[in-house]
Design a protein around this ligand. Structure first.
Ligand SMILES: [Zn+2]
Length: 159
């Protein structure tokens, strides 16, 4: 295993959604098409038809609404900037999903002065918070109330 693969594999070792399923290798997710092979989840251009089917941990989490991270954006600054902010959120996801296929946005809920984003894993939530903070400077708080597996990201800016 190469160093990168080894790290990616370790990142998901403590994922209950990874452990409880025994994925055969290779296999392909029947929902999103991600392939599990050599111990990692990866995108491949053409999937052989005889690959066994499975449902990957990301699609299962989405189905169960079992998020790995939550981002709560708040403050008056959101008024008038929501579109820009949502664009950043989606760009971060698009960038991440290439290298970490299981990192996905599960939901984006907007109301008056708040935006709530749930992600399948903690890395993506943290990256979203950092990207928004570096673009717009506010107050960023990152906490892990339940160990490394779950992150709460808060970002606030009033003006
Ligand atoms: Zn999937």
């Amino acid at each position: 295993m190469s160093g990168r693969k080894d790290k990616l594999f370790k990142d998901y070792l403590h994922d209950p959604y990874f452990i409880k399923e025994k994925y055969s290798e290779p296999s392909v997710c029947e929902r999103c098409g991600v392939v599990f092979a050599d111990g990692i989840f990866t995108w491949v251009k053409s999937i052989p038809k005889d690959f066994p089917k499975m449902i990957c941990p990301a699609c299962k989490r989405i189905e169960d609404r079992f998020e790995g991270g939550i981002v709560l954006l708040s403050g008056k600054f959101l008024n008038g900037h929501k579109e820009e902010i949502i664009n950043i959120v989606k760009n971060v996801e698009a960038y991440k999903i290439e290298k970490r296929p299981l990192e996905r946005i599960m939901s984006i809920v907007e109301n008056d002065s708040k935006i709530e984003i749930k992600t399948t894993y903690e890395h993506l939530a943290r990256r979203i918070g950092e990207a928004i903070n570096s673009a717009f400077k506010g107050e960023l708080k990152i906490s892990y109330p339940d160990g490394e597996k779950y992150v709460r990201v808060g970002w606030f800016r009033d003006e």
